[in-house]
Structure formats: structure tokens, C-alpha cells
Design a protein around this ligand. Structure first.
Ligand SMILES: *Cc1c(COP(=O)(O)O)cnc(C)c1O
Ligand code: SF4
Length: 330
């Protein structure tokens, strides 16, 4: 692929043909990628496409589909975090006593090639109906052990500010709900969505934590930083979550750069995730030993504010366990 890709686009790229027209893939890649896109959703926002300098760079790898996605390794699982057995009502996942997930929709601004929910996320999937949302809110209202609602998906910030405000308001009004949390890729992948109306919709009487998913320092563009500043100004606490990914952030410089870029954007690194065993994601795997060595190398040299908890999801629904340096491995 030549240097200086014509990767500036005005609309979201949603298939291999659009990627070819944007110069992000080669003609020879087309047949393989058409097969991938029949199985897994594709989307690159103009923001993300403009960050790609070569298709295999840390941004391109995260979003440009790859023929290897149709190769499933023996240890990979369709539902690696085992959400299904922990679903009391549609859209809710209750695995830990004091907190539960609510997935109001399964659409995202971009589709990450390593996503652990890749079998279910997509542009036309999973929007809960009003009746289903009512049932989910009613479940929270009658489950007093749950103190925190975590909106995830999909990406909750794909909802209109009006719908989000309505949903958050109903959840925040439940007396035993102390905190709300949203997990989102929007601030970095589609920062234009962080409008004043959205910041208003997220302004609640109860604390709201926004956990921003980003994996490389370059995702913190000027527009992303402006959007995050706006959210911070609205009283939202900003946390960061990242996935350790081969060819994206699996070296000391990249990882340090990522955490420093988060802090500079007012985002406190919260979790560094070991990649889940989702199908067709082998090209992103980094051994946990390597992850521990990387974090160990940063310790002491980089401010403690930059330090996330390195966690791994136990396959089959055992939940997250810390695997960082200094923690003995069973
Ligand atoms: C990750 C996760 C949470 C949140 O866990 P924290 O450790 O509080 O961030 C809650 N429920 C489910 C099902 C999860 O997978
Ligand atoms: S934004 Fe999150 S849910 Fe959506 S594809 Fe990426 S990792 Fe998956």
C-alpha cells in the first residue's frame, strides 16, 4: 500500500468496496474481505479512517477487516464472557452481586476486529423496544442488591441525547442505584457526537462514570480531547479501558504513550484487558507473561495515575481476575 493514503472520507465506511475506494485495502483483498463482512459488521468513521497511515498500523489493525477473521482457533468461544447464562431479562447481564450491565442497543460507531461481542454487535441489531427497556428498568427497580447500572452494548452513546436522558433519568431515580456507568468508544471514534445536548443528557443528580475505550495514543485527537473536556466540565468522571493487542499497543512506548494520552485528556486508566477468546482474533493475542513484563517496565517510571488494573475474563463466566505484575498466577 503506498504512503499518503487517500483515507479522508466524509462518511462512515461500511464495507470492503468503500475501504477500497478510500485506498485502505488493495484490490486483491476484496474477495476475502467480502466474505468477512457477511459475518462481522464493519464501520470506520471519518475520524478513525483519517488516523490510518498504513492498513497495518495501530489504528488500521483495529478496524480494517482481515481475511484471518474467518479462521477460528480451537480455544475460541462464540460467547467468551458467557453473558447468556447471566441474563435475567433481555438486555441485562447480572454476574456480580452489586452491579449489572444494561445493553440498550448493539450498534457501535466503529466495529473493532477483536471485539468479544463480535458475534452479536452490528448496525441493525439489538435495539431494545420500549417494552423491553421498561422490563429492564423494572428489573433494576426490584433488585435492591444492585447499586450500579453499567450501560454498554454496543455503544450507549449511539442513542439520541433525548432517549439517553430518558433512560438515565429513570435509572437514576431508583433509590438503591448509587452510581451509573457508561462504556463507550464514541469520544475517540466519533467525537462529533459529544455535543452540548449529549453532555446535558449525561448530567444527572447521581454520579456518572464514563469509561472510554481506547487502545492507542493517536485515538486522542484534538476533537476527542475537546469532547472529553466538555464531558469532564459536565461533572462526568472519565475512566479509560484498553485491550492489550498485538501490533497496536504491545510495546513499552505504545503502552506508555496510550496511558499518558489518556491522562492528558482527563481520563484515568482503569482497566487493561487481556484479549478475550472471541472467534477469529488470534492475530491480536499477546501472552499474559508479556503483558506483565510490559506493565512491570512502566512501574516506577510512569506516574501511578497512569496505572490500570490488568485483568483477564475467566472463560465460561467466572468474571474478571487481576493478572498484573506482582500478583501470583495460579
Ligand atoms: C466487567 C463487568 C462488570 C463491571 O466490572 P467492574 O470490575 O466493576 O468494572 C459488570 N458486569 C459484568 C457482567 C462485566 O463483565
Ligand atoms: S466499540 Fe466495543 S462493543 Fe463495539 S465493536 Fe468495539 S469493542 Fe465491540
Amino acid at each position: 500500500m503506498p504512503d499518503g493514503l487517500p483515507s479522508r472520507t466524509l462518511r462512515t465506511l461500511r464495507d470492503a468496496d468503500a475501504l477500497l475506494a478510500a485506498g485502505l485495502i488493495a484490490p486483491a483483498d476484496l474477495p476475502g474481505l467480502r466474505a468477512v463482512e457477511t459475518r462481522y459488521a464493519v464501520a470506520l468513521t471519518p475520524t478513525v479512517a483519517a488516523l490510518i497511515t498504513t492498513p497495518d498500523d495501530p489504528i488500521g489493525r483495529q478496524f480494517i477487516p482481515h481475511a484471518d477473521e474467518l479462521l477460528t482457533a480451537a480455544d475460541e468461544l462464540d460467547d467468551p464472557t458467557a453473558d447468556a447464562p447471566f441474563t435475567p431479562v433481555k438486555g441485562v447481564v447480572h454476574r456480580y452481586p452489586d452491579r449489572a450491565l444494561l445493553k440498550p442497543l448493539l450498534a457501535c460507531p466503529v466495529y473493532c476486529r477483536f471485539c468479544f461481542r463480535r458475534e452479536v454487535v452490528g448496525p441493525d441489531g439489538g435495539l431494545l423496544s420500549e417494552a423491553e427497556l421498561d422490563a429492564a428498568v423494572a428489573w433494576f427497580a426490584r433488585t435492591p442488591a444492585v447499586r450500579e447500572v453499567i450501560l454498554t452494548g454496543g455503544d450507549p452513546l449511539m442513542l439520541s441525547p433525548r432517549r439517553l436522558a430518558g433512560l438515565l433519568g429513570r435509572l437514576a431515580a431508583i433509590p438503591h442505584i448509587d452510581t451509573l456507568r457508561i462504556h463507550s468508544r464514541v469520544p475517540v471514534a466519533d467525537p462529533e457526537r459529544i455535543t452540548a445536548a449529549l453532555a446535558d443528557a449525561l448530567t444527572l443528580d447521581k454520579p456518572l462514570y464514563l469509561c472510554v475505550h481506547a487502545n492507542h495514543a493517536r485515538e486522542f485527537t484534538d476533537a476527542a480531547r475537546r469532547g472529553l473536556r466538555r464531558l469532564h466540565g459536565a461533572g462526568i468522571v472519565l475512566l479509560g479501558q484498553s485491550v492489550l493487542l498485538a501490533g497496536v499497543n504491545d510495546d513499552e512506548t505504545a503502552l506508555e504513550g496510550l496511558f499518558r494520552a489518556m491522562l492528558a485528556a482527563r481520563v484515568k486508566p482503569y482497566y487493561l484487558h487481556q484479549l478475550d477468546l472471541a472467534p477469529g482474533t488470534a492475530r491480536f493475542r499477546v501472552p499474559a507473561e508479556r503483558g506483565r513484563a510490559l506493565l512491570h517496565a512502566l512501574r516506577g517510571r510512569v506516574t501511578g495515575l497512569a496505572w490500570p488494573t490488568y485483568v483477564e475474563e475467566t472463560p465460561g463466566g467466572g468474571g474478571k481476575v487481576p493478572i498484573g505484575p506482582g500478583i501470583p498466577v495460579a
